[in-house]
Design a protein around this ligand. Structure first.
Ligand SMILES: Nc1ncnc2c1ncn2[C@@H]1O[C@H](COP(=O)(O)OP(=O)(O)O)[C@@H](O)[C@H]1O
Ligand SMILES: [Mg+2]
Length: 230
C-alpha cells in the first residue's frame, strides 16, 4: 500500500473524511505538489522556536478541524517579523479564534515561510452530473468577486491545461503584470497533471483545493491545502 493510501486509511479509520492541514499537505507533497516550508508548534514557546528555525518574516496559522476558513476566524497572521510580534499575533489569534468559534479544538499552529507573488487557485471538485473536474483560476480575494475559474474533466491533458489558462479572463495578472512574477506554462502543466493523476489513482478523493498557490519568481508554491474524502 502506498503512503497516500496509508494516510487515507488512517483518516477513515478515525471516522473522518476531512484531512487535517498537515495530512493534506503530506498527500500533496507525495503527489509532487511544490509547497512552502512549515513547522508546527503546540504553544507560544514552540512557535517562537520554530519561527527562529525558519527565519523571520513568518506567517502564523491556526490548525483546527473546527476551523475551515482560517482567515475568517482570525486564524492567519502574515508578515510577522520578530519574537515580540509573534507573541502579539499568537495572543490576538487565540482571542479571535475562541471568540469566532467557542470550544474549537485547537490542534496547534503552523509557522510558515512567507511567500510572495500572485495568488492562483487550483483544485478538484465533483460535478453531480459530469464527475470529477480539475479547477484552475485566479486566487485570493478575486475568487469570490470574479469566479474566474476554468474546469476540465479528469483525466486532463497538457492541451487541456493550455486551454484552461486561455479561458482565464484575468490571465494578464499571470503574465508578469506590474513586475509581478509570471506563471510558467510548464509549471502549471506539471501541477495540474499531478493533481489529475492523484485523483485518478485515488477516486476516494471527493474534493481538494490549493488556495492559494503562489506564483513566485522561483516557480509555484502552494501555501494552503485541503482534501476531503467521499
Ligand atoms: N505562507 C504565506 N506567505 C504569504 N502569504 C500567506 C501565507 N499563508 C497565507 N497567506 C495569505 O493569507 C491568505 C489566507 O491564508 P490561507 O492559508 O489560504 O487560509 P484560509 O484560506 O483558510 O483563510 C492567503 O490567501 C494569502 O494571501
Ligand atoms: Mg486558503
Amino acid at each position: 500500500m502506498d503512503e497516500i493510501n496509508k494516510i487515507f486509511e488512517e483518516v477513515k479509520g478515525q471516522g473522518r473524511n476531512v484531512l487535517t492541514y498537515e495530512e493534506s499537505r503530506k498527500v500533496m507533497e507525495l503527489a509532487g505538489v511544490p509547497l512552502n516550508k512549515i513547522e508546527v508548534g503546540k504553544n507560544l514557546d514552540e512557535c517562537i522556536a520554530k519561527a527562529n528555525e525558519i527565519g523571520y518574516p513568518v506567517v502564523l496559522k491556526v490548525i483546527s478541524e473546527d476551523i475551515i476558513h482560517k482567515t475568517e476566524a482570525g486564524g492567519v497572521k502574515v508578515g510577522i517579523k520578530s519574537d515580540s510580534e509573534l507573541k502579539k499575533a499568537y495572543e490576538e489569534m487565540m482571542e479571535s479564534v475562541t471568540t469566532y468559534h467557542p470550544g474549537a479544538k485547537i490542534d496547534g499552529f503552523s509557522i510558515e515561510e512567507m511567500v510572495s507573488g500572485v495568488e492562483v487557485l487550483v483544485g478538484q471538485t465533483t460535478d453531480p452530473q459530469f464527475g470529477k473536474m480539475i479547477a484552475f483560476g485566479i486566487g485570493g480575494i478575486f475568487v469570490e468577486v470574479y469566479k474566474d475559474v476554468s474546469f476540465r474533466l479528469i483525466p486532463i491533458s497538457e492541451n487541456d491545461v493550455e486551454e484552461m489558462y486561455c479561458e482565464i479572463k484575468g490571465r494578464k495578472m499571470l503574465e508578469g503584470f506590474r513586475g509581478m512574477p509570471a506563471l510558467k506554462m510548464n509549471d502549471l502543466k506539471s501541477l495540474l497533471l499531478n493533481l489529475s493523476k492523484l485523483v485518478e489513482i485515488h477516486p476516494e478523493i471527493k474534493e481538494m483545493d490549493l488556495n492559494p498557490v503562489m506564483v513566485t519568481k522561483d516557480g509555484l508554491k502552494a501555501i494552503d491545502a485541503r482534501i476531503i474524502l467521499e
